[in-house]
Each structure stands twice: as C-alpha cells, then as structure tokens.
Design a protein around this ligand. Structure first.
Ligand SMILES: [Zn+2]
Length: 70
C-alpha cells in the first residue's frame, strides 16, 4: 500500500458542545451555523476548531436576541 494520501483523522473538538439550533429564516443564524459547520468539519479547508467554538458561542449569544420564551 502506498502511503501517498495523508490520513485525515477527525479529532473531537476540545470544547465538545453542540452548536445551538439556528432559527429558520434568520440570515444571521444561518451565517453563524454555516461558519460553525465549516470550521467544525476536518475535511473543510476552513477547518478550525477554535473558530468553530467561537461560532457556536456567537450563535448561542445571538439566539438570545430572538427572545427567550420564559
Ligand atoms: Zn437569528
């Protein structure tokens, strides 16, 4: 077997929490969710676990602006 291709091993994020659900129809949610998914995917050129964490935090923070049901 040739060792030509380097193996891509998906590493779990050190901050392994799930990104919150984006609100359907909200552009900001969609953009943050897209950033999160891109940064959280080891096969994506934009893979960057700390950026994924940032995006998840930003999304969570942004979701609060939608108003929490209380
Ligand atoms: Zn939103």
């Amino acid at each position: 077997m040739a060792l030509k291709r380097s193996r891509v091993i998906p590493l779990p994020s050190p901050f392994d929490f799930r990104a919150p659900e984006p609100v359907p129809g909200c552009d900001k949610c969609a953009a943050l969710a897209r950033d999160y998914r891109a940064a959280n995917n080891p096969y994506n050129a934009r893979y960057n676990p700390s950026a994924a964490t940032d995006a998840a935090v930003l999304l969570r923070r942004h979701l609060k602006t939608h108003g929490e049901e209380s």
